[in-house]
Design a protein around this ligand. Structure first.
Ligand SMILES: Cc1cc2nc3c(=O)[nH]c(=O)nc-3n(C[C@H](O)[C@H](O)[C@H](O)COP(=O)(O)O)c2cc1C
Length: 330
């Protein structure tokens, strides 16, 4: 196998990994390609200092990008060998990826690859029909395939997660720098190729669907499906859990998050990730171990539901060019 083919495959896969979701679409990752080895590092200059003080969302976003990369490689006929690391010094990237020729990708991997280009964060009202246990199991299976776990939050757990989300959103909004940060990432200049454009944000700043409040954002232009106005939104709340709170566990949870989002897209579900409850130590403590078992910690919540029949398509959010996220050593 020529070195050029390997470098080319890795470069191509990084271009696909750019499609991964990240908080406020900051795209907080950097890849470096050297000697047919690809390293992933967190780009902490793109951390949200007020919203994501602990860089937890940075690591989740990096995990999403890593999972997207591995799926793109698999579809191109490569098996990725991934070594996770702590990212504490240049010798230990978050992930070191090498590749060898692999088998033909299975049907699910090919569906996930297709979903990478059509998936969007959907902050609109969903239908009154709940997602059934088979769909929850399908999403949980996707999480397991990527080394994570997924849990349906019901009853008291659901109430506590939603309360924590409201409390965190209220507390965060009281911080002056938080508001400035949101303003910054929702009003980007066109050449920035990042942030959350108006077309991805609902028309009113604060949005409540039944008992679910999604993160307050400056209002945008995202159309509300009209059929939704008299329909009870039956969003369900899912939790992605990690083995622990450390760097490697958060990256791995990000990989599971990516798998769940891609599987949700293949079955036609709408999803809004919401991370606010996990961003403040106080609210994070309220939801620690909640509904996910004693030996795991929830790291992000998802609001999931069926889209209404007249919900139009949401345009893609921008992504930075490949050269901004990839350096290559000759
Ligand atoms: C770790 C993480 C946390 C996120 N938190 C929120 C959130 O709290 N509220 C929200 O509306 N979207 C949230 N998102 C969605 C991002 O804003 C979205 O992925 C990004 O703007 C890119 O848009 P796209 O998902 O449509 O590609 C989060 C995404 C990730 C990966």
């Amino acid at each position: 196998m020529s070195d050029t083919a390997i470098s080319e495959a890795l470069r191509e896969a990084v271009a696909h990994a750019l499609l991964a979701p990240s908080e406020h679409n900051t795209q907080p990752w950097h890849w470096s390609l050297h000697d047919d080895v690809l390293d992933l590092r967190a780009d902490r200059t793109r951390r949200l200092p007020s919203t994501d003080a602990g860089a937890r969302s940075v690591l989740l976003g990096c995990g999403c990008a890593l999972h997207h990369l591995v799926i793109a490689l698999a579809v191109a006929g490569w098996r990725a060998e991934v070594r996770h690391g702590s990212d504490e010094d240049p010798e230990h990237p978050l992930a070191r990826v090498t590749i060898v020729p692999g088998d033909v990708a299975d049907a699910r991997t090919r569906r996930w690859f297709a979903a990478m280009t059509t998936r969007r964060t959907d902050r609109r009202r969903f239908s009154g029909q709940e997602i059934g246990p088979e769909i929850v199991e399908r999403l949980a299976d996707a999480a397991r395939a990527a080394g994570g776990t997924l849990h349906l939050a019901v009853g008291a757990t659901r109430r506590l997660v939603l309360e924590a989300a409201r409390e965190a959103d209220r507390a965060l909004r009281e911080r002056e720098d938080y508001a400035a940060e949101l303003q910054h990432w929702t009003h980007r200049f066109a050449g920035a190729h990042d942030g959350i454009p108006a077309a991805s944000r609902p028309g009113t700043p604060a949005v409540t669907y039944g008992d679910v409040d999604i993160r307050w954002m400056p209002s945008g232009t995202l159309d509300r499906p009209r059929a939704g106005l008299d329909v009870r939104d039956s969003s369900q709340i899912l939790l992605i859990a990690a083995a622990s709170d450390d760097t490697v566990s958060l990256v791995r949870a990000g990989e599971a998050l990516s798998a769940v989002l891609l599987e949700a897209e293949t079955v036609g579900l709408g999803v809004t990730p919401f991370s606010a409850p996990f961003e403040l130590p106080e609210t994070r403590d309220h939801v620690r171990h909640l509904g996910v078992g004693a030996h795991r910690v929830p790291v992000i919540a998802l609001r999931v539901g069926w889209r209404l029949p007249d919900a139009g398509t949401i345009p893609p959010t921008p992504r930075r060019p490949l050269h901004a996220v990839l350096t290559e050593e000759p």
